[in-house]
Ligand binder design. Structure first.
Ligand code: SAM
Ligand code: SF4
Length: 317
């Protein structure tokens, strides 16, 4: 379906849970999130109805995210069933990777084609700090499992954080020379409670280009990242700049939260509930949500925080 600004909406991002086994400082509070009533969250059947409803309007790609999608007990079944929906060409997943050692192969066999793994530092102490409870060794075990499982693409997502990982941009980018992965640097988005970080933590994507003058521009792959390559690298370095140079004019996505709210835009407060709807009703709600997509996400900066009204783990980054 095409929205009011001639953008074709083909990509649905579904958060399957707000819960997570980590507590990244820019994403969720130290105490975690208040567990909502099970009955208020989307069931597996409702998630599948939503995928079918979206596919009937032209959605071709689904990404499962969270919170941490791998803490969801039935994630493999959800992925398998979503991959089998008529019209869905691609099922992908964004994860912190720590639970992949047991799940990478079942997910690949269930039809997940691509995975994005989050990694903000190569230093074990800093990893423990930023995630408040994670172990870098668990991430690496997850990465190895993902590489062995044969996903079509493995990408690493790094949030750029001033004073935290600006001194690691070069070694993080060099992971593309060591592994067959893309590394994507993402600008820190000022979500509504701000996490532990103030304005000084924002690093524009140009900081990456300054530190890596040897990067060569390569054609984009249809995603939101500007792509570059280091000499001899297996994968690309991607720059994703929602703050310094937004890509709203090319937005092809719609989001569904774990509690059943369609979000026309990541940073807008507008939400349309589909919890408890029949599949036919969901089709109409998706139509409405696509019609209500705003032209852009509005000003985003330390002074103009996201209007999403939720932290990232409650939306699905
Ligand atoms: N738990 C999974 C993970 O960490 O990959 C999936 C959910 S997480 C919310 C998805 C992505 O959003 C992660 O790559 C995370 O680093 C990113 N993210 C979370 N909060 C963010 C923020 N304030 N600005 C930019 N990216 C953020
Ligand atoms: Fe959990 Fe992912 Fe948020 Fe980190 S970024 S707290 S791993 S949901």
């Amino acid at each position: 379906m095409v929205d009011r600004f001639s953008r074709e909406i083909t990509y649905l991002r579904i958060s399957v849970t707000e819960l997570c086994n980590l507590r990244c400082r820019y994403c969720m509070p130290a105490c975690g999130v208040k567990k909502k009533r099970h009955a208020d969250m989307m069931s597996e059947e409702e998630i599948l109805s939503a995928v079918r409803a979206a596919a009937s309007l032209g959605v071709r790609k689904v990404r499962f995210t969270g919170g941490e999608p791998l803490v969801k007990r039935n994630i493999v079944s959800i992925c398998r069933r979503a991959a089998a929906v008529d019209g869905i060409d691609e099922v992908c997943l964004t994860t912190n990777a720590t639970l992949l050692p047991d799940l990478a192969l079942p997910l690949r066999e269930a039809g997940v084609r691509r995975v994005n793994l989050s990694l903000d530092t190569l230093d074990a102490d800093k990893y423990a700090y930023i995630t408040r409870r994670g172990r870098l060794a668990d991430f690496y075990r997850g990465l190895e499992a993902a590489l062995s499982a044969g996903f079509e693409k493995v990408k690493l997502n790094t949030v750029l954080i001033g004073g935290f990982n600006d001194d690691e941009i070069v070694p993080l980018a060099q992971l593309t020379q060591r592994y067959p992965v893309d590394v994507r640097f993402i600008e820190l988005m000022p979500m509504y409670d701000g996490g532990d970080f103030g304005p000084e933590a924002f690093l524009p994507r140009d900081r990456v280009l300054e530190q890596l003058p040897q990067l060569e521009r390569v054609p984009a792959d249809g995603g939101v990242a500007q792509l570059y390559r280091l000499p001899g690298a297996h994968g690309c370095v991607g720059l994703i700049s929602p703050v310094s140079d937004h890509f709203c004019a090319d937005c092809n996505r719609i989001r569904l939260t774990a509690d059943g709210k369609l979000k026309p835009c990541l940073h807008a407060p507008d939400e349309i509930s589909i919890k408890g709807c029949s599949e036919a009703e969901m089709v109409e709600k998706f139509r409405l949500a696509i019609e209500r997509k705003p032209p852009w996400h509005g000003e985003l900066s330390a002074e103009h925080r996201s209007h999403a009204g939720r932290n990232m783990n409650e939306i699905g980054g």
